[in-house]
Design a protein around this ligand. Structure first.
Ligand code: RIB
Length: 338
């Protein structure tokens, strides 16, 4: 169904039989104080009427004509903070002004908030939100017709412009590094649920193990909060196992592993080799220096901006996928098993 531009918030309020103020608060993410039932009524009416607030026309936010949006999952994650910065550095000289939307607080209803953020204030959108569903991506690009580039999400939609990394190969290389040092019992610290790109990364880890005729030991896989606190928690469990190395899903988690091992008087790399992924800016403050898989964050920013501007200017040009290479950066956090 085509978006009906004439539908107003009043129509939604009438259909849900709820006041306009309440509907407005709920649709703007400020509806905490209302019951689930009320919120559900509003979202149901909104979906049925296919209504999306047009902030741009109402002149509420995003006054810049050349603003572009970048949706990230978590502004506290240094990888995404740096990605935002690299987008800014690439976009501003070209006359585009990024607005960063972090959907961190909205895990429950990530699609809904992405849609809210992308509801008309920007000329284009960079979606770096690996937790977004395929449905929302399809909806934004085809139904809402917003110029869009995806990054940090593997295979979500091959019909969109994308800037990706060679996720599986990268996973394989970092695990290969650990295995080639003779580690056989390797602990993994990964989030509760893996987004599509992280599934690929994990497949790469598995591949490396297979190449060494080894299998990842299930009891050494630790599901933890996706951040340093997760690494700290996991370290407490890892020290009770026979693991001699730790593969953290990213550097942010690896930093927590450092802290956790340190609290337990364990040494890196003497007691445990540790690797991360990303090569975040904060790594330069870690001792020992962390072995990691460096993502080309600046280049990702440049390429997404270039693809997006091209899409804004040439809406019917062929869609592109750019795959960038990562680089294994060997630090002092890994060493041979003795
Ligand atoms: O640190 C954030 C991680 O999650 C990165 O490795 C990135 O690829 C993301 O999906």
């Amino acid at each position: 169904m085509k978006r009906n531009h004439k539908t107003t918030i009043r129509d939604v309020a009438n259909k849900a039989d709820i006041s306009v103020t309440t509907v407005s608060l709920i649709l703007n993410g400020k509806g905490d104080r209302f019951s689930e039932e009320t919120k559900e009524k509003v979202h149901k009416a909104q979906t049925e009427l296919d209504y999306y607030p047009d902030y741009y026309a109402r002149g509420l936010v995003g006054q810049r004509t050349n603003s572009i949006g970048i949706v990230i999952p978590d502004i506290m994650n240094p990888f995404f903070a740096s990605l935002g910065l690299s987008v800014e550095q690439a976009a501003i000289p070209k006359g585009y002004f990024p607005q960063i939307f972090s959907v961190n607080g909205f895990k429950e209803n990530i699609d809904y908030f992405i849609e809210q953020f992308a509801s008309g204030t920007q000329k284009g959108l960079i979606l770096a939100a690996p937790g977004a569903s395929k449905e929302i991506v399809d909806k934004l690009s085809t139904h809402n017709n917003i110029p869009m580039v995806l990054t940090d999400q593997a295979d979500l939609n091959i019909d969109d412009d994308r800037v990706l990394i060679n996720e599986e190969v990268s996973g394989e290389q970092i695990a290969e590094h650990i295995l080639s040092l003779g580690h056989k019992h390797v602990a993994f610290v990964i989030p509760e649920s893996l987004t599509m790109n992280l599934v690929k990364r994990f497949t790469g880890y598995e591949k490396a193990f297979k190449n060494h005729n080894l299998r990842i030991e299930k009891e050494l896989i630790f599901r933890a909060t996706f951040g340093p606190e997760g690494g700290v928690e996991a370290a407490h469990k890892i020290v009770q196992t026979n693991a001699t190395a730790v593969i953290a899903i990213n550097d942010d988690v690896a930093m927590g592993v450092y802290k956790g091992l340190n609290l337990l008087d364990k040494r890196i790399p003497e007691d445990y080799s540790v690797v991360g992924f990303d090569d975040i800016n904060l790594n330069k403050y870690l001792t020992p220096s962390l072995t990691t898989m460096a993502q080309p964050i600046d280049e990702i920013g440049e390429q997404v901006v270039e693809l997006l501007i091209n899409r804004i200017k040439n809406p019917s040009s062929a869609k592109k996928t750019i795959i960038l290479n990562t680089k294994l950066k060997i630090g002092d956090s890994t060493r041979k098993v003795i």
